[in-house]
Design a protein around this ligand. Structure first.
Ligand code: NAD
Ligand code: TYD
Length: 339
């Protein structure tokens, strides 16, 4: 089995590459990644010498490069993680989100049509459903919930999902889509909530909580997400959408307090800053379909996963310290100074 994994130098994609090489040592995994600010080749260092792994630096929007790779590798499956993924960046500058997340998806699917494929899997997000009110804890996102997006990021992901479904209906492309809630774990880029708070707390820097910190996210350990995608590409039904989430809703402020406690840092570091524009209040996934059809259940409880994650950041300081010492400083200055 030849599998192209796009975006495999990013957070979830790299965890997926590691998972697949371990779970299916006989498969060949080809990682295609543009190495944007969010992609790190050093992350893939442990598998670079594996004869069943190949890394190719390319943009999913580059039709010639993508078609050339299909010509060389004749993949059986494509799993598309490649995306611009940060909501705050999409609010600052939406253009690249539309380009990579929508046009890039189209280019990949055109290659699948031309060369043939057993499965094209689109890694999507629960953010395509918009948000839920805080005072209705009985409501959850199901696969039937209408798409209703808030940010340029989520709009670009929803547009891609619609295009993927159109390629299934119009051209019969064998597709699946997964929509997962917020992930956390090793190799999470330090601009996102959990790694940002860990890095700042370790440096005794302010912990910038947007608004009142009462927004709710449904957190899933990244390894559980990878296992779900593995199940979907093998056993999921063609043309179907699968929601992935672990019924682990947490308020942002509570996450930040847990991180303070685990690192033995004072909560006085917490600083409330101006809220995100259009900030989604609550995400919550109903994972009944993937559980009933594919037997998937999350394995890592948040109480354990957050400890594992913090431990990983403590043991892998050079990975994230290299990132935050570079271009990231300009980003941080732009987004957080005078906020
Ligand atoms: P990430 O930002 O950490 O990684 C994205 C990767 O894609 C990087 O390696 C980057 O270099 C690569 N990339 C970006 N543009 C590219 C292009 N034009 N061509 C080739 N490669 C390109 O993102 P992530 O958090 O790992 O998310 C991966 C996928 O999962 C995304 O599609 C995202 O929408 C989805 N998702 C993320 C979460 C989450 O909590 N992080 C939750 C649900 C879904
Ligand atoms: P984030 O990790 O950006 O994921 P998403 O917006 O895709 O859910 O943010 C998670 C939550 O944390 C979100 O409600 C915004 C909030 N947040 C902060 O309060 N402070 C921060 O510095 C960041 C990056 C996020």
């Amino acid at each position: 089995m030849n599998i192209i994994v796009t975006g495999g130098a990013g957070f979830i994609g790299s965890n997926f590459v590691f998972h697949m090489l371990k779970a299916h040592p006989e498969y060949r995994i080809i990682c295609l990644d543009k190495l944007t600010y969010a992609g790190n080749l050093s992350t893939l260092e442990p598998v670079m010498a594996n004869p069943n792994f190949r890394f190719v630096k390319a943009d999913i929007c580059d039709r010639d490069a993508v078609f050339q790779l299909f010509e060389e590798e004749h993949p059986d499956i494509v799993v598309n993680f490649a995306a611009e993924s940060h909501v705050d960046r999409s609010i600052e500058d939406p253009g690249i989100f539309l380009q990579t997340n929508i046009v890039g998806t189209q280019v990949l699917m055109d290659a699948c049509r031309k060369y043939g494929i057993k499965r094209y899997h689109q890694v999507s997000t629960d953010e395509v459903y918009g948000d839920l009110p805080l005072d209705r804890p009985d409501l959850f996102f199901t696969e039937e919930t209408p798409l209703h997006t808030s940010s340029p990021y989520s709009s670009s992901k929803a547009a891609a999902d619609l295009l993927v479904q159109a390629y299934h209906r119009t051209y019969g492309l064998p597709i699946t889509i997964s929509r997962c809630s917020n992930n956390y774990g090793p190799y999470h880029f330090p601009e996102k909530l959990i790694p940002l708070m860990i890095a700042n707390a370790l440096a005794d820097k302010p912990l910038p909580v947007y608004g009142e910190g009462i927004n709710v996210r449904d957190w899933l350990y990244v390894e559980d997400h990878c296992k779900a995608i593995d199940l979907i590409i093998h056993n999921g039904r063609e043309g179907e959408v699968y929601n992935i989430g672990g019924h682990n809703e947490m308020r942002n402020i509570d996450i930040v307090k847990i991180i303070c406690k685990e690192l033995n840092k004072p909560e006085s570091l917490i600083t409330y800053v101006t809220d995100r524009k259009g900030h989604d209040m609550r995400y919550a996934i109903d994972p009944t379909k993937i559980h009933n059809e594919l037997g998937w259940l999350p394995e890592t409880k948040f109480a354990d996963g957050i400890k594992l994650t913090i431990q990983w950041y403590l043991e892998n300081r050079s990975w994230w310290e290299t990132i935050i010492s570079g271009e990231y400083q300009n980003y941080y200055e732009k987004m957080y100074s005078n906020r």
